[in-house]
Design a protein around this ligand. Structure first.
Ligand SMILES: *Cc1c(COP(=O)(O)O)cnc(C)c1O
Length: 386
């Protein structure tokens, strides 16, 4: 292996982030407080929609759980999502005792296939969780139309989608019930661990805020604020511990300011890859419709049938050349828990299965230099025997 290994992902943390964290540490207030509030405010401002409530949480998983809980999802209910995702998208449904209905993807976009969502609806179906795979918006007009016609809730898993657009509008401002972003270490902006739940629904926002912190409610007493002592609170539900610390929010405040520049750099790298791979037996990732923004969280390349090398061997060759890569995703229908719990077979998800067997994700992050990108493209050509 090369001594100069190019990792699959690296965060870009600048002096602004570091200074803000130090300021937080010196301030005496390190858990949820003024910085988390400012991050929430900045986040709705970034989305450019005054009517949005932004609720900072300690992971996207927590945000998805809170959104579904606030929508009343529970035992006996079914929630439809894609098999081509990370387990967090689906596990939150099981936290609430509801059932997951996995469906296959559109082979062109690798996003959940609206026609299959509609076919999977039963009398028990309560919600749909679309995932904007890699940062390319799912077919939200079709999904929102299905939801409206069948009276279903929509919670977007936007872990890859900051910033992405659908029909010119930023993901987070669409007509779904809630949207959840992730700030995990390798996401498009990061707070180490963290997430943001965004909704226009004031009741959902209120419930999520209460459940984010142990089911404790002070806001109910806002009208008596002057009379309620600062130590007083009421526990109105068995809530969770999902609040974002000010230390993490300090990172988020500055990462968010760079989100657009970061996206532009990742889009540039994606374009360089596309160019370098033209004419090779590779399927480059689907592009958004003209004028739309792709967040490019992932650059998921697929080996074409004539590639002459299997995916696993191909990844080994890249590793031997000092290039880190990953696979997104081992579909949920192949994971023991999901496969056994719902008796799933690969044959029921032909498009996800086909994509999985051929896919690998190349490094795509802002700290990559032009030379790094060239190293990757040269290693890809060499791994193909070109
Ligand atoms: C990263 C990710 C999550 C989970 O995000 P956390 O912030 O780590 O909880 C959920 N869904 C998808 C598709 C992801 O990639």
């Amino acid at each position: 292996m090369s001594t100069n290994f190019l990792p699959y992902a690296l965060p870009e943390i600048g002096d602004d982030e570091i200074a803000e964290v130090v300021d937080t540490l010196k301030s005496g207030w390190i858990t949820t407080g003024p910085k988390a509030k400012r991050f929430e405010h900045d986040f709705s401002a970034f989305l450019g929609d005054e009517g949005l409530h932004a609720i900072a949480v300690n992971s996207a998983t927590a945000g998805l759980h809170l959104a579904l809980e606030a929508l009343g999802i529970g035992p006996g209910d079914e929630v439809i999502t894609t098999t081509h995702t990370f387990t967090a998208t689906a596990e939150v449904v099981r936290y609430l005792g509801a059932d997951v209905k996995l469906v296959d993807i559109d082979p062109a976009t690798l996003n959940i296939a609206p026609a299959l969502v509609e076919a999977a609806i039963t009398a028990r179906t309560k919600a749909i969780i679309p995932v904007h795979y890699a940062g390319l918006a799912a077919d939200m007009p079709a999904l929102l139309d299905i939801a409206r016609r069948h009276g279903l809730k929509v919670v977007e898993d936007a872990a890859h989608a900051l910033p992405s657009t659908s029909g010119g509008a930023l993901v987070g401002t669409l007509a779904s019930d809630a949207t959840v972003f992730s700030f995990y270490a390798n996401k498009t902006i990061t707070t180490g661990e963290g997430g943001m739940l965004v909704t226009r629904d004031a009741a959902l926002a209120q419930r999520a805020k209460v459940m984010r912190l142990h089911g404790m409610n002070r806001d109910a007493f806002d009208r008596f604020t002057a009379k309620v002592p600062s130590w007083y609170y009421e526990v109105v539900a068995p809530g969770f511990k999902y609040n974002l610390t000010d230390i993490a929010a300090a990172l988020g405040i500055h990462q968010l300011k760079k989100a657009r520049a970061f996206q532009q750099r990742r889009a540039q790298i994606a374009a360089l890859y596309d160019q370098a791979f033209a004419g090779l037996p590779l399927i480059t990732p689907p592009l958004p419709p003209a004028g739309q923004t792709h967040a490019w969280h992932l650059y998921a390349l697929r080996l074409a049938d004539g590639a002459g090398v299997e995916r696993d061997r191909f990844i080994e060759r890249l590793f031997d050349a000092g290039i880190g890569c990953s696979v997104h995703y081992i579909p949920l229908h192949l994971q023991p828990y999901w496969r056994d719990r719902y008796a799933l077979a690969a044959a029921d998800f032909p498009h996800s299965q086909h994509a999985f067997e051929r896919t690998l994700s190349l490094p795509i992050y802002t700290r990559m230099t032009g030379t790094d990108v060239e190293r990757v493209t040269a290693a890809v050509r060499a791994a193909l025997g070109r």
